[in-house]
Design a protein around this ligand. Structure first.
Ligand SMILES: NC(=O)c1ccc[n+]([C@@H]2O[C@H](COP(=O)([O-])OP(=O)(O)OC[C@H]3O[C@@H](n4cnc5c(N)ncnc54)[C@H](OP(=O)(O)O)[C@@H]3O)[C@@H](O)[C@H]2O)c1
Length: 260
């Protein structure tokens, strides 16, 4: 058992929901769920078969206090936990461990996945990045992470931040670009769903053969007339036109006919 005296999960948002359900499925001893919204805390605690706690009431002793809350709320909530010998960890890819002061044992358990409301996610193959400032922290968090996923890696802050930055390029930006692409179609009264088979198949293909092989399109081919026509079609939307030009320029540099 990775945390015999249990884990107290703090937060009732997207990650707390999915992580909480993963704990439930793995048989982890979740001794409580703390949140600032009483109704949400009660509802999630009930689903996770654990005890709800308010933010401003005393929390039970745990081996691990896991803060699945907005990045900016981490230091304030860590300061509320009575300093004992327990591990206090957050779940953010970008935040350092200093924000968990005054606790001696500080760590992070960061799932490299994007979580939204919906059915509880399967974390068994999700990369879980772990780090800690003491051996005790790292050992405990590695144990907890391995009870949830077969893909656990220990990374220090700078490397974790690099993965976080890369994840923004690999996940946030493409999803935003799909949003913009569908907005363009809606503006013209076209069905935005026409792009979805392309979107899913290209993601699968890029994962299979690598993005360098998977990438097609006018910028890669150096089709100047098509690139110009697309730019003209975007004259009513200068922001998207700039984004199109910059992305096409980058593709041209990395992969175009005249790339090094
Ligand atoms: N979602 C993801 O895809 C994902 C993936 C990996 C890591 N993470 C990390 O997980 C953490 C939580 O992200 P999330 O996506 O779950 O965010 P979220 O859905 O916005 O939920 C944030 C949670 O933080 C609580 N909170 C915010 N400020 C608070 C305060 N001052 N006091 C008490 N509770 C407070 C919110 O409470 P209320 O409900 O009352 O507002 C909510 O329960 C972040 O560190 C994020 O970087 C997220």
């Amino acid at each position: 058992m990775s945390a015999p005296n249990g884990i107290l999960l703090i937060g009732t948002g997207r990650l707390a929901f999915h992580l909480g359900h993963a704990f439930l499925r793995s048989g982890t001893n979740l001794i409580g769920l703390a949140g600032r919204n009483a109704a949400r805390t009660r509802e999630l605690a009930l689903a996770l078969r654990t005890t709800p706690f308010a933010i401003n009431e005393p929390w039970p002793e745990a081996d691990l206090y896991l803060l699945a809350v907005s990045d900016d709320a981490i230091p304030g909530l860590a300061a509320l936990i009575t300093p004992r010998d327990a591990v206090v960890a957050h779940t953010s890819g970008a935040q350092p461990l200093d924000g968990l002061a005054p606790h001696v044992h500080r760590g992070v358990l960061w799932p490299v996945q994007s979580f939204s409301p919906g059915e509880p996610a399967d974390l068994t193959r999700t990369p879980l990045v772990v780090d800690g400032n003491t051996e005790k922290v790292t050992t405990l968090l590695l144990d907890v992470a391995r009870s949830l996923s077969g893909n656990v890696v220990r990374l220090p802050l700078e490397q974790r931040r690099t993965v976080h930055l890369a994840a923004v390029f690999a996940s946030n930006f493409p999803v935003f670009l799909l949003h913009e692409a569908q907005r363009l179609l809606r503006q013209e009264g076209l069905d935005p769903e026409i792009l979805l088979p392309l979107w899913s198949s290209v993601a699968r293909k890029a994962a299979l053969v690598g993005p360098g092989e998977a990438l097609t399109g006018p910028a890669r081919r150096g089709d100047a007339t098509t690139l110009q026509r697309h730019a003209d079609q975007l004259t009513h939307d200068p922001d998207l036109r700039r984004a199109y030009a910059l992305l096409s320029e980058l593709i041209g540099k990395r992969f175009g006919p005249h790339s090094a």
